[in-house]
Design a protein around this ligand. Structure first.
Ligand code: IFM
Length: 449
């Protein structure tokens, strides 16, 4: 029961959430730049215009990572920073920013893990239909080619998309996220198809333009399922529930298998095909081949899960949470077991090396009289979740863990309300302060390296 040798310990961030510099040096706008300026979209009208000003302070931030002993850093590229229109003319200043960031990481022996898309759709592409337009498959492929060509001499780990469940579900179903639309179900399922195909095209293009052998994967999300007991029945029930498709159309994006099965297994779950038959676009054999272009690794963002037992009628049943169940400050349940059973079931099904691409907690952090941030709740959270991850390492090929997040940052429609960082950020002065959890994580990494 121990982590693998050379286990990758890292932190994750995303470009819009930390970079700022929203119109710096030739960058184009993306959908979040525009969405945040609309009325009543984001908590107290916050925007990511400046965020953590990482665009100007990246050297300081990388130095912090090095001080914490991070082995890897997962960040995303802001598509419109390097291609202001989403395709065509390259913004060399944007390329230089990421190139310098990569060099700086390597100087400190920190391995870059690049996410191509963490919800930063260039606004110019949105105007042309965005994820609804089938051309996005090639737009995304060409963008992937550029990134591979310019950076794969030094960076060899890539994730194509972060949490497609969220950027489609919240962006085009509930409209809580940019671009704030409530599209008809048929359109959402066309976007689903374009997203899957864009992923496949990006995998092809990353490889075609690579200067080195690459490790490529995707980073979806999902609520994990863990069994109420160690009985075979409950374990079977939890496994079934994890890959289940929600019955309600309004909830359709919130599942693992309609996204990951086509990519990892080359087919959709029968339940998905049956439930949404009347709305689904046609898939050709060539589509399925493109979507399932082989990947090397499997990423999964894991924050929480549901306890499941086998019901009397032999179908999975969700166990009601007891009164006073532990919750994070943004009201998410705290369920350490999800970091055991999540990787366990995912490895069983997809049989690829797993990276936990995000895991962390929003907590009510504030500066104490002694100038420190005593975020004991976050330490407790990380300690308990990681103890489960360590335990599952015997059963699943888990290669790395990225804590979310290095810095307090722009938490989408909740603005700066929710603090997920292990480093506290004062958004007025941009001063960074290590929270107690950062020091804890540093020791944990050192002990397990
Ligand atoms: O901040 C987000 C991140 O962008 C995607 N995954 C969940 C995090 C916390 O909500």
């Amino acid at each position: 029961m121990a982590y693998q040798k050379d286990f990758i310990w890292g932190c994750a961030t995303s470009s819009y959430q930390i970079e700022g510099g929203y119109n710096a040096d030739g960058k184009g706008l993306n959908i979040w730049d525009v969405f945040c300026k609309e009325e009543n979209r984001v908590f107290e009208g916050h925007t990511g215009d400046v965020a953590c000003d990482h665009y100007h302070k990246y050297k300081e931030d990388v130095k912090l990572m090095a001080d914490l002993g991070l082995k890897a850093y997962r960040f995303s590229i802001n598509w419109a920073r390097v291609l202001p229109n989403g395709y065509g003319k390259v913004n060399e200043a944007g390329i230089k920013f990421y190139s310098d960031l990569i060099d700086c990481l390597l100087e400190y022996n920190i391995t870059p893990f690049i996410t191509l898309y963490h919800w930063e759709l260039p606004y110019e592409l949105h105007k042309r239909g965005g994820w609804m337009n089938p051309d996005i498959v090639e737009w995304f492929g060409d963008y992937a080619a550029l990134i591979s060509d310019r950076f794969s001499d030094r960076a060899t780990n890539f994730f194509t998309l972060n949490e497609p469940q969220c950027f489609i579900g919240l962006g085009y179903n509930t409209g809580e996220h940019a671009p704030g639309l409530k599209a008809p179900i048929r359109d959402q399922l066309i976007m689903h198809q374009n997203v899957l195909k864009a992923h496949g095209r990006a995998v092809q293009k990353l490889r075609e333009y690579a200067h080195n052998p690459l490790q490529i994967g995707i980073a979806p999300t999902g609520s994990m399922c863990y069994p109420a007991s160690t009985s075979k029945e409950d374990i079977d029930a939890a496994r079934t529930a994890l890959f289940d498709i929600p019955a309600s159309i309004n909830e359709w994006t919130w599942n693992v298998s309609a996204w990951s099965d086509p990519i990892m297994l080359g087919s959709f779950p029968d339940q998905f095909l049956k439930q949404f038959e009347q709305y689904l676009p046609h898939y050709t054999e060539a589509d399925m081949k493109l979507i399932s272009e082989p990947t090397d690794i499997y990423g999964q963002n894991i924050y929480n899960g549901k306890e499941i037992r086998m019901g009397k009628d032999h179908t999975p049943e969700t166990v009601e949470r007891r009164p006073g169940f532990p919750m994070t400050s943004n009201n998410w349940p705290i369920t350490p077991e999800s970091l055991y059973w999540g990787p366990y079931f995912l490895y069983e099904r997809y049989k690829k090396p797993i990276y936990i691409t995000e895991n962390g907690i929003a907590a009510p952090d504030f500066i104490s009289k002694d100038g420190s941030i005593h975020d004991g709740g976050r330490i407790n959270f990380l300690d308990q979740y990681l103890s489960r991850l360590e335990k599952v390492s015997d059963k699943a090929d888990v290669r790395g863990y990225f804590q979310w997040s290095l810095l307090d940052n722009f938490e989408w429609n909740f603005g700066y309300r929710d603090r997920f960082g292990i480093v506290y950020v004062d958004f007025e002065t941009q001063e960074r302060t290590l929270k107690d959890s950062a020091l804890w994580y540093k020791e944990y990494i050192s002990y397990h390296s």
